[in-house]
Design a protein around this ligand. Sequence first.
Ligand SMILES: O=C(CO)COP(=O)(O)O
Length: 139
Amino acid sequence: MMNIAFIAHDRKKEDIVNLAIAYEHVFMDKKLYSTGTTGARIMESTNLNIHRFLSGPLGGDQQIGALIAQNEMDLVIFLRDPLMAQPHEPDITALLRLCDVHGIPVATNMATAEILIRALDRGDFAWRELVEQNKPGLA
Ligand SMILES: O=C(CO)COP(=O)(O)O
Protein backbone atom coordinates (compact mmCIF):
# COMPACT_ATOMS: atom_id res chain seq x y z
CA MET A 1 0.00 0.00 0.00
CA MET A 2 1.40 3.36 -1.03
CA ASN A 3 1.44 6.13 1.58
CA ILE A 4 1.17 9.69 0.31
CA ALA A 5 1.41 13.00 2.21
CA PHE A 6 -0.27 16.25 1.13
CA ILE A 7 0.98 19.56 2.49
CA ALA A 8 0.37 23.04 1.12
CA HIS A 9 0.99 26.53 2.37
CA ASP A 10 -1.99 28.89 2.40
CA ARG A 11 -1.48 30.48 -1.00
CA LYS A 12 -1.06 26.99 -2.51
CA LYS A 13 -4.13 25.42 -0.93
CA GLU A 14 -6.28 26.00 -4.00
CA ASP A 15 -3.63 24.34 -6.18
CA ILE A 16 -3.42 21.24 -4.01
CA VAL A 17 -7.22 20.95 -3.89
CA ASN A 18 -7.33 21.12 -7.69
CA LEU A 19 -4.58 18.52 -7.89
CA ALA A 20 -6.51 16.20 -5.57
CA ILE A 21 -9.68 16.65 -7.65
CA ALA A 22 -7.87 16.03 -10.93
CA TYR A 23 -6.10 12.88 -9.70
CA GLU A 24 -8.71 11.61 -7.25
CA HIS A 25 -8.81 8.32 -9.19
CA VAL A 26 -5.08 7.82 -8.53
CA PHE A 27 -5.30 8.69 -4.81
CA MET A 28 -8.48 6.73 -4.12
CA ASP A 29 -6.80 3.43 -3.24
CA LYS A 30 -3.75 4.89 -1.45
CA LYS A 31 -3.22 5.67 2.23
CA LEU A 32 -3.33 9.44 2.53
CA TYR A 33 -1.92 11.77 5.16
CA SER A 34 -1.81 15.55 5.45
CA THR A 35 -1.20 18.50 7.67
CA GLY A 36 -4.36 19.80 9.36
CA THR A 37 -5.78 22.51 7.16
CA THR A 38 -4.58 21.05 3.87
CA GLY A 39 -6.37 17.77 4.57
CA ALA A 40 -9.56 19.51 5.65
CA ARG A 41 -9.61 21.54 2.43
CA ILE A 42 -9.03 18.47 0.23
CA MET A 43 -11.71 16.44 2.00
CA GLU A 44 -14.23 19.27 1.55
CA SER A 45 -13.82 19.03 -2.21
CA THR A 46 -13.25 15.29 -2.86
CA ASN A 47 -14.35 11.92 -1.54
CA LEU A 48 -10.81 11.15 -0.40
CA ASN A 49 -10.25 9.96 3.15
CA ILE A 50 -7.16 11.57 4.68
CA HIS A 51 -5.51 11.07 8.03
CA ARG A 52 -4.92 14.65 9.19
CA PHE A 53 -2.06 15.56 11.48
CA LEU A 54 -1.68 18.91 13.27
CA SER A 55 -1.55 22.12 11.30
CA GLY A 56 1.94 22.80 9.95
CA PRO A 57 2.88 25.68 12.27
CA LEU A 58 1.76 23.58 15.27
CA GLY A 59 3.89 20.54 14.42
CA GLY A 60 2.20 18.84 11.46
CA ASP A 61 5.31 18.96 9.29
CA GLN A 62 7.24 17.24 12.05
CA GLN A 63 4.59 14.54 12.42
CA ILE A 64 4.86 13.76 8.72
CA GLY A 65 8.64 13.92 9.08
CA ALA A 66 8.42 11.19 11.72
CA LEU A 67 6.69 8.86 9.23
CA ILE A 68 9.38 9.63 6.66
CA ALA A 69 12.07 8.80 9.23
CA GLN A 70 10.36 5.44 9.85
CA ASN A 71 10.27 4.84 6.07
CA GLU A 72 6.48 4.86 6.08
CA MET A 73 5.98 7.47 3.36
CA ASP A 74 6.28 6.75 -0.36
CA LEU A 75 5.50 10.16 -1.86
CA VAL A 76 5.35 13.68 -0.44
CA ILE A 77 3.50 16.46 -2.22
CA PHE A 78 4.46 19.66 -0.47
CA LEU A 79 3.32 22.76 -2.32
CA ARG A 80 5.27 25.35 -0.42
CA ASP A 81 5.08 29.11 -0.80
CA PRO A 82 8.49 30.36 -1.94
CA LEU A 83 7.45 34.01 -1.66
CA MET A 84 6.32 34.20 1.94
CA ALA A 85 8.24 33.63 5.15
CA GLN A 86 6.73 30.94 7.40
CA PRO A 87 6.98 30.99 11.21
CA HIS A 88 7.87 27.27 11.17
CA GLU A 89 10.57 27.51 8.49
CA PRO A 90 12.90 25.16 10.46
CA ASP A 91 10.20 22.45 10.38
CA ILE A 92 9.79 22.85 6.62
CA THR A 93 13.53 22.55 6.07
CA ALA A 94 13.63 19.50 8.35
CA LEU A 95 10.84 17.77 6.43
CA LEU A 96 12.52 18.31 3.06
CA ARG A 97 15.84 17.23 4.51
CA LEU A 98 14.35 13.95 5.76
CA CYS A 99 12.98 13.26 2.27
CA ASP A 100 16.54 13.52 0.99
CA VAL A 101 17.98 11.48 3.85
CA HIS A 102 15.58 8.62 3.12
CA GLY A 103 15.34 9.01 -0.65
CA ILE A 104 11.62 9.80 -0.69
CA PRO A 105 10.18 11.35 -3.86
CA VAL A 106 9.02 14.87 -2.98
CA ALA A 107 7.29 17.46 -5.17
CA THR A 108 7.45 21.08 -4.08
CA ASN A 109 5.58 22.55 -7.05
CA MET A 110 2.63 21.64 -9.26
CA ALA A 111 4.70 20.68 -12.30
CA THR A 112 6.75 18.11 -10.39
CA ALA A 113 3.69 16.92 -8.50
CA GLU A 114 1.88 16.09 -11.74
CA ILE A 115 4.85 14.22 -13.15
CA LEU A 116 5.24 12.15 -9.98
CA ILE A 117 1.52 11.41 -9.72
CA ARG A 118 1.40 10.23 -13.34
CA ALA A 119 4.46 8.08 -12.71
CA LEU A 120 2.82 6.63 -9.62
CA ASP A 121 -0.31 5.83 -11.64
CA ARG A 122 1.80 4.09 -14.28
CA GLY A 123 3.44 1.84 -11.68
CA ASP A 124 6.84 3.52 -11.73
CA PHE A 125 6.94 3.49 -7.91
CA ALA A 126 6.84 -0.28 -7.61
CA TRP A 127 10.49 -0.22 -6.54
CA ARG A 128 9.39 1.44 -3.29
CA GLU A 129 7.64 -1.78 -2.32
CA LEU A 130 10.87 -3.73 -2.83
CA VAL A 131 12.67 -1.18 -0.64
CA GLU A 132 10.00 -1.66 2.01
CA GLN A 133 10.31 -5.45 1.99
CA ASN A 134 14.05 -5.16 2.54
CA LYS A 135 14.11 -2.41 5.13
CA PRO A 136 15.87 -3.45 8.32
CA GLY A 137 14.21 -3.53 11.71
CA LEU A 138 11.29 -1.16 11.19
CA ALA A 139 7.82 -1.63 12.62
O1 LIG B 1 2.13 24.92 7.18
C1 LIG B 1 2.00 23.94 6.51
C2 LIG B 1 3.18 23.23 5.99
O2 LIG B 1 4.40 23.80 6.35
C3 LIG B 1 0.66 23.40 6.17
O3 LIG B 1 -0.18 23.32 7.30
P1 LIG B 1 -1.75 23.35 7.14
O4 LIG B 1 -2.11 22.27 6.15
O5 LIG B 1 -2.34 23.06 8.47
O6 LIG B 1 -2.10 24.73 6.63
